[in-house]
Design a protein around this ligand. Structure first.
Ligand code: SF4
Length: 337
């Protein structure tokens, strides 16, 4: 059965048994990305990846070089990091945030930039415990200071308890509270920026989801033009990197810790959009990049006609918000009712 997405933001329309719209099985063996006998476009070594969108085959060393060069270019082109800054890196312990911390540590090694890892423990049984452990391990390995904040400490209960027996979309609650907890933690730690591990796939999915919902306001908020008071600016250094290359980067650097998928992941519209985009990418390489680049052009043109709203302080917690009450306090009130 195909579910109705209209109320997906606030209601769980089906349980985990619902039929997925698209079925895409990503390759299990990441090192088999390049066909047998394929050689690196830059040297004679065996290629470990074939980038269909660029036409390049890369061996391990050239893949790592290419990956770090592209992330460094994204950081530089978008002026994401300035000397003297303290960057709070959101490290969940999954592959994206692990790659983010590892890569930032390398590309910023010679700069006067301080990294501090922030891990948010939402309280998802059978899933988050393992990733928190992995987050601790990578922070320790890289000798990066780490702080762990939990939903239980911040909001009085775990995500599992919040959504138990309720017709709500766990990802909506999780996303709102995680953003809120990260922003508060970054301010407490005196961070100038918050770096998150969002990758090209996440970016393309978010854009597509907002197109599908016709949510122009939210779509434009996705690309803020200026800093807002009370909101620690966010940077996404991996936003141009495909998810599969991030997984491969973790594997070849031996920082990959396989974790199960979040048990709530399949309940969101994002899961179907992810599969749809993966199907399209397989048939038409470069689809994800063109989705993001196309949106960038639209956003640039709309810049003049779209005024970015000034944020106020929430009357309950003083966090920045659009209305009187921030989304986190609004959801907390709804949970108490
Ligand atoms: Fe949170 Fe949803 Fe991600 Fe799970 S899949 S960690 S519930 S946002």
């Amino acid at each position: 059965m195909v579910t109705d997405y209209h109320h997906r933001d606030t209601e769980r329309t089906e349980d985990s048994q619902r039929t997925r719209l698209f079925h895409y099985q990503p390759e299990k063996n990441f090192l088999a990305y390049a066909g047998a006998g394929m050689i690196c476009s830059n040297c004679g070594e065996r290629a470990i990846i074939s980038q269909r969108y660029s036409g390049q085959h890369l061996c391990q060393d050239h893949f790592i070089q290419d990956f770090e060069r592209r992330v460094a270019e994204t950081v530089q082109r978008n002026d994401m990091v300035k000397d003297g800054e303290r960057i709070a890196v959101a490290v969940s312990g999954g592959k994206d945030s692990t790659a983010l911390l590892f890569c930032l540590r390398r590309i910023l090694a010679k700069r006067d930039v301080e990294l501090v890892a922030v891990t948010v423990d939402e309280g998802i049984a059978g899933y988050r415990d393992d990733t928190v452990k992995a987050a601790r391990a990578i922070a320790k390995k890289l000798a990066v200071e780490q702080h762990i904040v939990s939903f239980r400490e911040e909001y009085g209960c775990d995500l599992d308890e919040m959504v138990q027996g309720k017709k709500v979309a766990p990802c909506t609650y999780c996303g709102v509270f995680r953003k809120n907890a990260l922003n508060k933690a970054a301010k407490r730690l005196g961070a100038d920026k918050v770096a998150t591990g969002h990758n090209l796939d996440d970016e393309a999915q978010t854009i597509m989801m907002n197109y599908l919902k016709g949510d122009y306001e939210r779509l434009m908020r996705f690309r803020p033009w200026r800093a807002q008071r009370g909101l620690v600016p966010r940077i996404k250094p991996l936003r141009e990197m495909p998810e599969k290359e991030i997984a491969l980067y973790c594997m070849v650097n031996e920082v990959f810790s396989e974790s199960r998928e979040c048990p709530y992941a399949n309940l969101s519209l994002r899961a179907d959009v992810r599969d749809m985009m993966n199907c399209l990418e397989r048939e038409f390489p470069g689809t994800k990049q063109s989705t993001v680049q196309g949106f960038e052009k639209i956003a640039d043109r709309a810049k003049g006609s779209y005024a970015q709203m000034d944020l106020a302080a929430c009357r309950e917690c003083a966090e920045p918000c659009v209305k009187e009450l921030c989304k986190a306090c609004e959801l907390l009130e709804r949970l108490i009712r």
